[in-house]
Design a binder for this molecule. Structure first.
Ligand code: UP5
Ligand code: MG
Length: 186
């Protein structure tokens, strides 16, 4: 179903491509709200809920958490929102979850795709891992996240690209340069 009150944008890209960083810029500039699927899942782990232990394990292994869980978290996050735009960061990363979201929650305007080579993403994540406290910012988990991204999440981007719904951004340049390119799309 359509959700005319909100313009929903999917923000996708590999681990460390800059999704969260650029979403923060858009929040500042346009008053959008930003929901990171990964952040919602990490909050679920912290809450000590029953499913938190399973989610924790899957994140360390770079695996994709079952869609019902992520979609329920996103749905309730979006529901209370009155902002002019909603940035969904890091979701959908599997084709069937994309279809389920479109069917059960909302349609969306376009996908913002941050394109970045693995060596640059690895450098950023290892640097961030010195202070992030994220259980998946270590080289073993990073390699698994890359593999899941290539095998399972890139097909989502290709699917929407074939439908003309993807804006691809070169994410290798400085944060400011990338922001300038992103701003041009809104
Ligand atoms: N940085 C950013 N931009 C830079 C630039 N242009 N130049 C130089 N440095 C730059 O950035 C990462 C680091 O790089 C930061 O230190 C930043 O300063 C620097 P960030 O903006 O955090 O990148 P981001 O793409 O958000 O990286 P993140 O690690 O969050 O991406 P992931 O996709 O890996 O993580 P996410 O939180 O989305 O998902 C984590 C896990 O949750 C998944 O692996 C999966 O297990 C699970 N998950 C699901 O199961 N389902 C979902 O739907 C979503 C997540
Ligand atoms: Mg992020």
């Amino acid at each position: 179903p359509a959700s005319p009150a909100h313009r929903i944008f999917f923000v996708l890209g590999g681990p460390g491509s800059g999704k969260g960083t650029q979403c923060a810029k858009l929040v500042e500039k346009y008053g959008f709200v930003h929901f990171s699927a990964g952040d919602l899942l990490r909050a679920e782990v912290k809450s000590g809920s029953e499913q938190g232990v399973m989610i924790d394990d899957m994140i360390k292994e770079g695996k994709i958490v079952p869609g019902e869980i992520t979609i329920a978290l996103l749905k309730s996050a979006i529901e209370g929102t009155t902002a002019p735009g909603v940035l969904i960061d890091g979701f959908p990363r599997k084709l069937d979850q994309a279809g389920a979201f479109e069917k059960d929650v909302s349609d969306f305007e376009f996908v913002l795709f941050f394109d970045c080579p693995e060596e640059e993403m690895e450098r950023r994540l290892l640097e961030r891992g010195k202070t992030s406290g994220r259980t998946d910012d270590n080289i073993a988990s990073i390699k698994k996240r890359f593999r899941t991204f290539v095998e399972t999440s890139m097909p989502v981007i290709q699917y929407y690209e074939a439908k003309g719904k993807v804006h691809r951004i070169d994410a290798t340049q400085s944060i400011e340069t990338v922001t300038d390119k992103v701003i041009g799309l809104f």
